[in-house]
Design a protein around this ligand. Structure first.
Ligand SMILES: [Zn+2]
Length: 132
């Protein structure tokens, strides 16, 4: 894994092009969403319409008005201190892997939003229901 990552960085693709990058980004966003579900809830609601979800995410990021250099300095270290940073991380995830990892729990009566960080994007339940 380490060798593959270094190879892709030498090829100029950086860590976003490295194997497993989407799952790692998803894990960062999912951890933030577990603390505050509002970070992904609005986009899960329109998940059936990816263009609309992307437009909504982009307008939210613009409305945040967070200093991009600071946000990305955090993200490079895997740190997501606030909602604005989480939305930037989500945008990166969507660029790399689309909306397929942004999901609602399919446990009856739940529908809690979560971000699927499994390698094959096969998770179907929120953290609370995945443990049962
Ligand atoms: Zn659930």
């Amino acid at each position: 894994m380490g060798r593959t990552t270094r190879t892709s960085q030498r090829a100029g693709r950086g860590w976003l092009g490295a194997p497993g990058a989407a799952a790692r980004l998803a894990a960062v966003v999912d951890a933030a969403a577990e603390r505050s579900p509002d970070i992904v809830t609005p986009y899960v609601r329109v998940a059936g319409n990816p263009d609309r979800a992307t437009a909504l995410l982009w307008s939210d990021i613009v409305a945040d008005g967070a200093p991009v250099a600071e946000v990305w300095a955090h993200l490079r270290q895997g740190v997501v201190p606030d909602g604005a940073s989480a939305r930037h991380a989500l945008l990166l995830l969507v660029i790399v892997d689309g909306w397929r990892r942004v999901k609602a729990c399919d446990s009856p009566g739940c529908a809690a939003p979560f971000v699927d960080a499994t390698p094959g994007a096969s998770r179907r339940r929120c953290a609370a229901h995945a443990r049962r």
